[in-house]
Design a protein around this ligand. Structure first.
Ligand SMILES: Nc1ncnc2c1ncn2[C@@H]1O[C@H](COP(=O)(O)OP(=O)(O)OP(=O)(O)O)[C@@H](O)[C@H]1O
Length: 229
């Protein structure tokens, strides 16, 4: 992937198996968000292909990938701030599902009970605290019934206790069989949740494997923690 003549990602060969929860870490500018944008279709790759559930989706726009079961949360939650929490989720139920919901209102309530937001369903989204804004971001994605979920630094800015609650929710979603690719700077969250870690640096994947092995790899220590390799 290049922007003008500037190569941002090179030789990325990443296969994620259905049901995995894969953490992606790496220093600022490593190319993590660019990778996510390629997976969602926000960017078209300069070269290479993206496959999802056996299908080549490289030419598909973001909305079409969403309807095929790909969900994504953003680093900065983007609710419709003038709408209530419930309305935000209801809008998502109506867009982006592979199969339209028979009863969108019931689906929206199910999602809100699931994510712990039912009690604040009638609050305007702009009045929510940070943890609830992140829960709402997750709720809006869950409303589209994703099979693959991409999380872009969803853990930032939370207290440790809030972070634990968010991790518990993400683990619950994963336990239902949703495949998750999770970019995160907060290592503890990834170590608590992921079966596999990938470390990126300089636009490449420099380590991929069991979390403890990846963290201990000399190349990761050097690129991410600044240790001498
Ligand atoms: N639209 C763009 N045009 C030009 N350069 C870009 C664009 N998007 C990203 N880049 C560059 O690509 C590189 C990788 O950026 P990216 O945002 O993917 O890194 P990251 O690993 O997600 O970093 P961070 O952890 O800070 O979010 C950076 O050098 C960035 O400046």
């Amino acid at each position: 992937m290049a922007f003008g003549g500037f190569k941002v990602l090179e030789n990325i060969d990443l296969r994620v198996t259905q049901g995995e929860i894969v953490g992606v870490l790496g220093p600022n500018g490593a190319g993590k968000t660019t990778l996510m944008n390629l997976l969602t279709g926000a960017y078209a790759p300069t070269a290479g292909r993206v496959h999802m559930m056996g299908q080549n989706v490289t030419g598909l726009a973001t909305a079409a990938r969403c309807r095929q079961g790909l969900g994504r949360t953003h680093q900065v939650p983007r609710p419709f701030s003038g709408m209530t929490v419930f309305e935000n989720v209801l809008v998502a139920v109506g867009h982006g599902r592979t199969t339209p919901a028979h009863d969108p209102i019931a689906v929206a309530w199910d999602v809100l009970h699931d994510t712990g937001l039912a009690m604040v369903a009638n609050r305007q989204a702009s009045t929510l605290g940070l943890l609830d804004r992140k829960r709402l971001e997750l709720s809006r994605v869950l409303a589209t019934d994703p099979q693959v979920l991409l999380l872009d630094e969803i853990g930032g800015g939370l207290t440790e206790g809030e972070g634990d609650k968010l991790v518990a929710l993400i683990r619950k979603i994963h336990a239902r069989g949703v495949t998750i690719i999770w970019i995160e700077h907060i290592m503890r969250m990834l170590m608590d949740s992921c079966s596999r870690l990938i470390c990126m640096a300089g636009g490449q994947i420099i380590a991929d494997g069991a979390p403890n092995e990846v963290i201990d790899a000399p190349a990761v220590q050097s690129a991410y923690f600044g240790a001498a390799a």
